[in-house]
Write a new protein. Structure first.
Length: 137
């Protein structure tokens, strides 16, 4: 199937896709801050450039978009009609890279929590998850 947008429009749309400071990430940061946790953002000296890092606790959070990281929810299972083979391979590589980065972080002694975009829609559950993760020794 061909793309429904001309190349210039598709390029503009893709340029709007953010990798930092996304709405789900801002929700997680807001809740973590409200719970009293202080953190650092986007530590590029660590594998995977984690979204939220609690250095004193040696813990970090990745906030993954369901589509981009292959989550098993409705949005994550969606396959674009245009250029499907490309997207399937792209997401497979993302999932592989995520697993490799998490293994590297574990070997460095870091605890990792992955929060999926779809999980950020329930503030109470999200708050409980962050609190349990941050306080678990």
């Amino acid at each position: 199937m061909t793309d429904v947008f001309p190349p210039e429009k598709r390029s503009w749309i893709m340029s709007r896709v953010r990798d930092k400071d996304t709405s789900p990430e801002r929700r997680v940061r807001s809740i973590a801050h409200g719970l009293g946790y202080r953190y650092r953002l986007h530590r590029n000296d660590l594998p995977g450039n984690p979204d939220i890092v609690f250095p004193s606790r040696k813990k970090m959070i990745f906030v993954h978009g369901c589509f981009w990281h292959g989550h098993n929810c409705r949005r994550g299972r969606r396959i674009p009609k245009a250029n499907a083979e490309y997207w399937i391979e792209k997401i497979r590589r993302n999932v592989e890279r995520d697993a490799l980065n998490q293994a590297k972080l574990a070997s460095l002694g870091w605890d990792v929590l992955v929060i999926w975009e779809c999980e950020t829609r329930d503030p109470e559950s999200l708050s409980n998850s962050i609190r349990r993760f941050a306080e678990n020794h």
